[in-house]
Design a protein around this ligand. Structure first.
Ligand code: SF4
Length: 282
């Protein structure tokens, strides 16, 4: 059995940087809390828990004097509240997410109504909505947007994306929205806020999936970017989304001459190495 890794896989620079910052912060301050999970990956979360990093899901649950903002970022109102409480803040917002936040803020200051292509329940999108101002909206489908009877709000419209979405879907969302709104609109602007790390993982996974007999996609079940990698690969070859090496079922890889591996942007190196080792044992 030949085992081949995708050219780019696993921890992206944003999550790697956040994890390094948290490690350093625990050395300096001791145990700390993060607002929301550092990443949607149980293995990584357990590794950090062992260092004293725990996550809380709301401001009300924060107990300690040190709190970290996750790589997905937060709305400015959240940061202001943490400051008001006098907490020490470790801001691990990924620079790519921070750029999207600055874009949203700049467009809102210019008077645009901002439409975010993304999952409105995701931490990053909640944060972006905070930067994009009161009139902003977020959805994955234009059918989910309250567009009717709001002509005034849509005189100047700007579309941005959650960083981890796919380029083809963002393009089609922006096109559909433009088709729907352009007639009554003075200006329609699209700003590319997608993350290159996610795109490169998608492209590398697809390139490998075309050449192998089976693909294993390693990463958290709740990780949006891992799920999208699995969707991309499934369209090209037999694919299994697994969180850990224990989930590899021998029957699925038996007789396969060439096995491809990729991993989401929040999957730690240790998970990838354990999957490779398990495949070699099989
Ligand atoms: S996927 Fe991209 S935007 Fe998200 S944390 Fe990683 S580098 Fe940053």
């Amino acid at each position: 059995m030949r085992i081949e890794r995708a050219r780019e896989l696993g921890l992206c620079h944003g999550v790697r940087r956040a994890v390094d910052m948290l490690r350093e912060a625990t050395t300096r301050h001791g145990p700390l809390e993060t607002l929301g999970p550092v990443a949607h990956n149980n293995v990584l979360v357990h590794e950090l828990t062992a260092l004293g990093v725990t996550s809380v899901d709301s401001l009300d649950r924060i107990r300690g004097p040190v709190v970290a903002i996750s790589a997905h970022g937060a709305a400015p109102s959240v940061t202001r509240e943490l400051e008001r409480r006098g907490l020490t803040i470790v801001d691990t917002t990924c620079p790519t997410v921070a750029r999207a936040q600055r874009v949203a803020e700049g467009l809102a200051n210019e008077g645009f109504t901002i439409v975010i292509f993304g999952d409105a329940g995701h931490t990053e999108v909640k944060g972006l909505l905070g930067w994009a101002g009161e009139r902003s909206l977020a959805a994955l489908d234009i059918a989910g947007l309250p567009l009717e009877g709001r002509a005034e709000a849509f005189q100047r419209v700007a579309v941005i994306s959650q960083t981890t979405q796919r380029v083809a879907e963002f393009t089609s969302f922006a096109k559909d929205l433009c088709g729907k709104l352009l007639q009554g609109t003075e200006e329609f602007r699209v700003v590319n806020t997608l993350c290159c790390a996610t795109q490169r993982r998608q492209e590398s996974a697809a390139e490998l999936a075309r050449r192998v007999d089976v693909m294993l996609v390693i990463g958290g079940r709740h990780s949006a970017n891992t799920r999208r990698l699995a969707e991309t690969c499934s369209a090209l070859v037999e694919t299994y989304h697994i969180e850990t090496a224990d989930e590899i079922e021998e029957a699925r890889v038996r007789g396969k001459g060439h096995v491809g591996i990729t991993a989401g942007a929040s999957t730690p190196d240790s998970s990838i190495e354990l999957v490779e080792r398990r495949l070699r044992e099989l």
